[in-house]
Design a binder for this molecule. Structure first.
Ligand code: ATP
Ligand code: MG
Length: 408
């Protein structure tokens, strides 16, 4: 066995300085994560812990500075959980989970403007209230403000008319029905067509970007028949739009489609990873969508895992600051596993506050080396060194990609 990597603080020091920060692990049940620096092996499985009553929500947030090993943890955890028969679904904005699908003999689903694959976030297999929730979230995010009640009503009417007319709604159909509502749609809410058109116009113009703007071709029609959700691991590669200012909206469309379909089959325990979740969390409209999804996870047999850099990603400043703060706190209250890698000094106060860390735990955070994280699971705390197997190392290596990208 290899020794510990070079730490700024050795385990012995940690133990002496912080005798109460951590404790022995959960015993043998669950996937192996690595070494509990205050005990033996550390294993973890949210579904097991949920059944045992250790946690009341399976969701997880993984946070930490660049390159500390967040994605590596998620990748190796996913791989280890596959052997327990769990299904793994990943939103992959940087296109770095392809090697993982290769192990299972499948391919990522690549989404690109004008590409070969379309997903319909208003797919007929998804419950209509979920479709509406998504439409309202992405419209609010695109407008960068909370929707007025009239705007929500216009969206609801347009969705209803689209389903009634075509059997399955699509975003182009919703746009069309927002801009040209039927008399029935208007009278259903005791108004006239021109008023309903007014209510829906601004939202329609924003949604058009997904239909005829620079983002067309991904979410503007029925789902491509080739898309296969049956494999044990499904990766949605969104790297073609990583630089788009609408990345969060696109991720939300894709996540809503996936979660809507997964909700139909909750018999299979599923781990749903949103890497680079800051893209969703930085916008209030879609952050609310994510928070609601976290709430639904128990009923759906889902463990959501959101990966981000810092907890202040969750709490923006400005006019929407207080609402954003509420969303952040709501999201964290539905997240009983928080895995915290190194955080810069400037982030410590916010992290301590949002996670309810002790002073001792907070003081540790700037000192953690790559691969080592503070795990808060329910009421308990652990300091865990994530261990990688030799095969896994190649699957999680993002450093050499960086090197290649720099050389190229
Ligand atoms: N536990 C570990 N042991 C050894 N190497 C590790 C460990 N965790 C991560 N690494 C290595 O560190 C590099 C960066 O890891 P990773 O891509 O997971 O970082 P990240 O926190 O997701 O960064 P970013 O915020 O940029 O996405 C990878 O090349 C990976 O191989
Ligand atoms: Mg990463």
């Amino acid at each position: 066995m290899r020794g510990l990597p070079a730490h700024r603080l050795t385990t012995a020091h940690l133990q002496a300085a912080y005798p109460f920060v951590s404790e022995g692990g959960f015993g043998g049940r669950g996937a192996y994560i690595g070494r509990d620096l205050f005990g033996g092996a550390f294993t973890y499985d949210a579904f097991e812990l949920y059944e045992q009553g250790v946690i009341t929500s399976p969701n997880m947030v993984v946070a930490g500075q660049l390159g500390r090993g967040k994605s590596a943890l998620v990748k190796s955890f996913a791989l280890r959980q596959l052997t327990f028969g769990r299904r793994v679904v990943v939103m992959d904005p940087k296109g770095e989970y392809g090697a993982l699908t290769g192990v299972c003999g499948c391919e990522p689903i690549r989404l690109a403007p004008g590409g070969a694959t379309k997903l319909n976030p208003l797919d007929r297999r998804i419950a209509q209230e979920e479709q509406l929730r998504l439409l309202q979230a992405i419209t609010s995010a695109s407008l960068d403000r909370t929707l007025k009640p009239q705007e929500r009503t216009a969206l609801e009417r347009a969705l209803d008319t689209s389903v009634a007319k075509a059997g399955e709604a699509t975003i182009p159909l919703v746009v069309e029905n927002l801009l040209n509502p039927t008399g029935d749609a208007a009278s259903a809410v005791s108004t006239d067509r021109s008023t309903l058109t007014e209510w829906g116009r601004e939202g329609a113009f924003e949604l058009r970007r997904l239909v005829s703007g620079d983002l067309r071709g991904m979410f503007d029609g029925e789902t491509s028949p080739t898309v296969d959700l049956d494999s044990p691991i499904v990766v949605l590669d969104l790297s073609a739009v990583y630089d788009s200012d609408a990345l969060g909206i696109l991720m939300t469309c894709a996540a809503a489609w996936l979660q809507g379909l997964l909700a139909r089959d909750s018999s299979r325990k599923t781990i749903f990873v949103v890497d680079e979740a800051w893209a969703i969390l930085s916008n209030l409209g879609i952050a609310k969508w994510l928070q609601a999804s976290f709430k639904l996870s128990r009923a759906r047999g889902l463990q959501n895992i959101a990966v981000m850099h810092r907890f202040s990603d969750l709490s923006a400043t400005g006019a929407q600051g207080s609402q954003q703060e509420r969303v952040a706190r709501g999201l964290l209250s539905d997240t009983e596993t928080k895995v915290v890698y190194a955080q810069p000094h400037g982030e410590i106060a916010a992290t301590r506050d949002l996670l309810g860390l002790t002073d001792t735990e907070a003081a540790l955070l700037p000192q953690l080396d790559r691969g080592i994280a503070l795990w808060k699971v329910g009421e308990r705390s652990f300091l865990v060194w994530h261990r990688l197997g030799s095969t896994e190392r190649a699957l999680v290596d993002t450093d050499s990609r960086m090197v290649r990208a720099t050389v190229a």
